[in-house]
Design a protein around this ligand. Structure first.
Ligand code: G3P
Ligand code: MG
Length: 359
């Protein structure tokens, strides 16, 4: 009786809701917190700093491992954020490790794309910068570029050339992962066309099947620091696809991850359940956590066709909240094609609403 009483108590103390925060345009613009995000997050913790409400960040952005992103966000927002609370566009790439176990893969995008993939367990990863560095004159415009790509890889002291860690001149690239927004679109489109069209060997005309291509997300635009939206990974995908399809016989094949795909929301729900274990570590088993059912999970986002569309399509228990601090700027009361369950000015107002309603 005693036990079932305490079980009942812990059950009733367990919040039946969770929150998923979009980052760009909701929590941050560039590196600046917006919409009262630090104050809003602080309200999800007890006075002693322990977490009260299960929440995570569900972003289509990325480029650094989840552990590094957690440290960066903790510093910017003033609360202790754990790596398990970070779901980035590329986070599901870790599920593909077995498929590419000993294959050479190329990772593109800003930040540390190769490090991200290596931490997920991929064994033979080259960043597109490193890959390109092994081919003389691969980019005819490089001498006109004001920047130098940092060469952190092995340089032969005599020739001063970078030494391939893998035999890129004979080994075919078996997979390409666009981990984060590409920096040098022109060079990357050229090099990706080489790899996707011919396996990376700079010799045209070999019978070759396109290696699988994965994008971490497909955002046409997103909200960075500049007042109006900026082109995102979806725009890069369109550019690459257009050029590839004009220069090759077979159309480009690819898979895009990220919101609004329903599996991203299913995964976020499972991650939030798992995270309950951190909050109720003494009272809950893993099975009990997975059996827990949230009555609501709030998706707080700024992009109607990504965050709101995704949450709406994911259905129960998702509840969509649209802020006016990002891609949606509040010209209308709600978005005509992807109307949210609730529209607020800022993330702080969203958290205020949720806590008033739930607590
Ligand atoms: O590059 C990041 C962007 O596409 C979206 O990030 O946090 O708004 O999902 P977020
Ligand atoms: Mg956003």
């Amino acid at each position: 009786l005693q036990r079932s009483h305490s079980q009942h108590q812990s059950q009733s103390a367990r919040p039946s809701f969770g929150i998923a925060f979009d980052i760009d345009g909701v929590i941050l613009r560039g590196h600046d917190p917006i919409g009262g995000s630090p104050q809003a997050l602080r309200r999800l913790y007890n006075d002693d700093g322990t977490l009260k409400i299960p929440y995570l960040f569900l972003t289509n952005g990325g480029g650094v491992p989840e552990s590094a992103r957690a440290v960066e966000l903790s510093g910017l927002l003033g609360v202790k954020i754990l790596a398990q609370q970070i779901l980035q566009g590329h986070s599901p790439f870790r599920r593909l490790v077995q498929r590419f176990e000993n294959d050479l893969i190329v990772a593109a995008g800003k930040g540390e794309p190769a490090q991200v993939m290596s931490e997920y367990g991929f064994k033979k990863v080259l960043s597109i910068d490193e890959y390109a560095s092994y081919f003389d004159d691969i980019d005819p415009l490089s001498s006109y570029k004001a920047w130098k790509v940092e060469q952190a890889y092995r340089i032969d002291e005599d020739s001063k050339k970078s030494q391939p860690r893998y035999d890129v001149h004979s080994e075919i690239v078996k997979g390409v992962f666009v981990v984060s927004d590409p920096v040098d679109w022109g060079r990357d489109i050229q090099v990706l066309c080489d790899i996707l069209g011919f396996g990376g060997l700079p010799v045209k005309g070999r019978g070759h099947q396109q290696p699988p291509l994965f994008f971490a997300s497909d955002d046409l635009e997103y909200q960075a620091k500049f007042p109006s939206e900026r082109l995102g990974m979806g725009a890069f995908r369109i550019a690459l696809e257009s050029v590839f399809n004009r220069t090759h016989d077979d159309p480009l094949e690819y898979t895009s991850f990220g919101k609004p795909n329903p599996f991203v929301f299913e995964n976020a729900e499972a991650t939030l359940k798992q995270f309950l274990l951190n909050i109720h570590h003494n009272q809950l088993t893993t099975n009990e956590a997975q059996a827990h059912s949230f009555s609501k999970i709030y998706m707080i986002g700024d992009n109607p066709s990504v965050d709101i569309k995704g949450a709406r399509e994911a259905g129960h228990p998702w509840f969509s909240v649209l802020t006016k601090t990002g891609v949606f700027k509040g010209g209308e009361d709600n978005h005509p094609d992807h109307p949210a369950d609730l529209v607020v000015d800022t993330v702080e107002e969203a958290v205020d609403y949720i806590l008033r309603r739930e607590c």
